[in-house]
Every structure is written in structure tokens, then in C-alpha cells.
Ligand binder design. Structure first.
Ligand code: PRP
Ligand code: MN
Ligand code: MG
Length: 185
């Protein structure tokens, strides 16, 4: 057991529920992409855990590539400014692309990414996101594969960070308000 310490308020989604959901999503993706050459695009760094677990839960071969974009910096609030820190190595023209993300918060990151990738001419483009905050969404995103809708609280773990910490927790938890200085998230 990991020590929650004083920084986490509670466990929101325990490890076994995360893993069960990942297997469920992988089953849907296996069915939908049967016979197709699938390229998973993980969004660094938050998507590392869901990407690694989802890819291993798929039964058919899939390619993996990564983009690094950042909209949060070290704060708790989306700036809406998306920067490409690392682009894909793959030409996605005529490829079946599935973006893999840890969370849709405001939706600004994914809405920007979808239009960016769509302009590159993929055969298909869909989204798999582990978490979504319906109360925080500012831009509607068509997410075909969704893990959980969650309340509008600051969550960490399973890839999600606060100031680069907590990504390595195997579960999703909520951060205690004293850690980020009140309820500004
Ligand atoms: C986080 C998260 C998503 C994005 C969601 O990434 O991993 O990518 O914010 O927020 P939005 O829907 O409001 O745009 P972040 O920019 O913190 O980078 P990281 O993945 O490296 O933590
Ligand atoms: Mn991210
Ligand atoms: Mg982050």
C-alpha cells in the first residue's frame, strides 16, 4: 500500500477499478479496430499509465507514438495555451489514429489536438480518455472511449500530476486543498 500521507484527501478510483475499466475499453477498441492498422497516440506525460496499460490489454497489435503538449505548466488551472513540446515521429496520413489521454478537464488540450491531427489527413481519428470532468468542460469533445466521469475536483495519480508529483500512484485520488493553497482548482 502506498502511503497517502497528508497530501491526498481520498482515493477516488482504486487500482482494481482502473484496471477493470482499462480491460473493458481495450475490448471495445479490439472489436472496433479488428483488421485495421491502429496507431495509438499517447499525450505525454499524463497519458503514460493509461497508454501502457491499455496497449498491453489489447489483443491485436498496435503501433504507439507520443506527443508532448502542455497547457497547465506547474499550476492547477488550464491556461488554454497549448504548446507542442514533442511532435509525432509518425506520418499519420491515412492511418487509423486513436488519441489516448488521461483526462478531459476543460477540453482545450484535446480540442486543439484533434484539429491539429485532423489537418494531417488520418483515415480515422478517435479519442480514448480515462477521465472526464463534465462540470469543467468548456469545449465539447467527442470522446468515443471514456473511462469515468468524475467530479470537478483536483485529481492526481495514474499519470496525473500536481507540479509533476503523484503521477506514479497506481490509483486516482483527490488532492487535499492545503497542498495547492485553497480551492482555486
Ligand atoms: C493535463 C492532462 C491533459 C490536460 C487536460 O496535461 O494530462 O492532457 O491537462 O486539461 P484540459 O482538458 O483542461 O486541456 P498537462 O498540460 O498538465 O500536462 P501533463 O500531461 O504533462 O501533466
Ligand atoms: Mn496531459
Ligand atoms: Mg499536468
Amino acid at each position: 500500500e502506498k502511503d497517502l500521507g497528508a497530501d491526498l484527501a481520498k482515493v477516488l478510483i482504486p487500482e482494481d477499478q482502473l484496471q477493470a475499466k482499462v480491460r473493458e475499453l481495450a475490448g471495445q477498441i479490439d472489436g472496433d479496430y479488428a483488421g485495421k492498422d491502429l496507431l495509438l497516440v499517447g499525450v505525454l506525460k499524463g497519458a503514460v499509465m493509461i497508454m501502457a496499460d491499455l496497449a498491453r490489454a489489447l489483443h491485436s497489435p498496435a503501433s504507439m507514438d507520443w506527443m508532448a503538449v502542455s497547457s497547465y505548466g506547474s499550476g492547477t488551472k488550464s491556461s488554454g495555451v497549448v504548446r507542442i513540446l514533442k511532435d509525432l515521429d509518425t506520418d499519420i496520413l491515412n492511418r487509423h489514429v486513436l488519441i489516448v489521454e488521461d483526462i478531459i478537464d476543460s477540453g482545450l488540450t484535446l480540442s486543439w489536438l484533434v484539429s491539429n491531427l485532423r489537418s494531417r489527413g488520418p483515415a480515422s481519428l478517435e479519442i480514448c480518455a480515462l477521465l472526464r470532468k463534465p462540470e469543467a468542460v468548456k469545449t465539447e469533445i467527442g470522446c468515443k472511449y471514456l473511462g469515468f466521469d468524475i467530479p470537478n475536483e483536483f485529481v492526481v495519480g495514474y499519470g496525473l500530476d500536481y507540479a509533476e508529483k503523484y503521477r506514479n500512484l497506481p490509483f486516482v485520488g483527490t488532492l487535499a486543498p492545503h497542498v495547492y493553497g485553497g480551492d482555486k482548482a
